[in-house]
Design a protein around this ligand. Structure first.
Ligand code: ADP
Ligand code: MG
Length: 257
């Protein structure tokens, strides 16, 4: 296993946001984290990405503890993330955005008034080709359609050749066909590169179609984990999402209620 999360606990005051959560993730695997609002998904995600520190428990990548490391340190040891709201430099071109990420992966950073126009241009274009944005390389980022910005963000997240990619609601704000295109692309790149992906997601159709495995949280605890088919059939999961009597399937698979 690449990522090992053991007995994570995090409380805010008396509120046990994450209560004894353990899971693991192997290279090349797409693991979804789902659950109703307030379940503890974001807190779990932010514990793994170093934004917040756990009260207790352990998080290791290939046996090395990730705890107490800042997001930029994590990035340098091969942990990348994409954000719910895409974060790019709007006035730079698409290629320059990737070049900035490549520079940063190399431990360098530019002053805001410099542009990385010549830095590893060929590598940047190759990354853009992988996310099918090479024809847009010269355009300013703020001229891109939203779905293209999300793909650019993916290319930037791959610039440090991550072993672990964390994606916070990667398809938020996208139309259904765009969502599936982005996740299929992610799937392909993950397989090619052997990257492990942990993602939170609201859209059930995305989770059930694209995840290898699903973690389901409710009230801070992990209540189920397994293949999409396994968790979909789990009565406890169905009760948490729909109350008794309803199931995933047919028209109810659209998005989280
Ligand atoms: P989810 O992402 O599944 O909706 P969260 O992890 O955001 O759930 O929240 C889990 C619980 O922890 C909720 O009860 C929420 O109100 C609480 N919580 C989350 N972040 C904080 C915080 N920074 N301070 C206080 N309470 C928080
Ligand atoms: Mg959340």
């Amino acid at each position: 296993m690449l990522l090992e999360v053991r007995h994570l606990h995090k409380a805010f005051g008396g509120n046990r946001a994450v209560n004894d959560v353990s899971f693991s993730l192997q290279a090349g695997e797409l693991l979804a984290l789902i659950g109703p609002n307030g379940a503890g998904k974001s807190t779990t995600f932010n514990l793994v990405n170093g934004q917040i520190a756990p009260d207790s428990g352990s998080i290791t990548l290939d046996g090395v503890s990730l705890m107490g490391r800042q997001p930029h340190e994590l990035w340098h040891i091969g942990v990348s993330r994409t954000f719910q709201m895409a974060q790019t430099f709007g006035s730079l071109t698409v290629a320059e955005n990737v070049q900035m990420a490549l520079l940063s992966a190399n431990g360098q950073s530019l002053s805001p008034w410099q542009r990385a126009t010549h830095y590893r241009r060929a590598d940047a274009l190759q990354l853009l080709e992988q996310v099918q944005l090479d024809t847009q390389a010269h355009r300013p980022c703020n001229a891109l359609a939203y779905g293209d910005v999300k793909r650019l963000e993916l290319a930037m997240a791959l610039a440090n050749e991550p072993r672990l990619l964390l994606m916070d609601e990667p398809t938020a704000g996208m139309a259904p066909d765009e969502r599936h295109a982005l996740m299929s692309l992610t799937r392909r790149l993950v397989n090619q590169r052997g990257v492990a992906v942990l993602f939170t997601e609201h859209s059930m159709d995305v989770v059930f179609e694209h995840a290898d495995r699903v973690l389901v949280m409710a009230r801070g605890a992990l209540i189920a984990q397994g293949t999409p088919a396994h968790v979909q059939a789990d009565p406890h999961v169905q009760a948490v999402y729909f109350g008794s009597g309803k199931t995933f399937g047919g028209s109810t698979t659209g998005s989280q209620p």
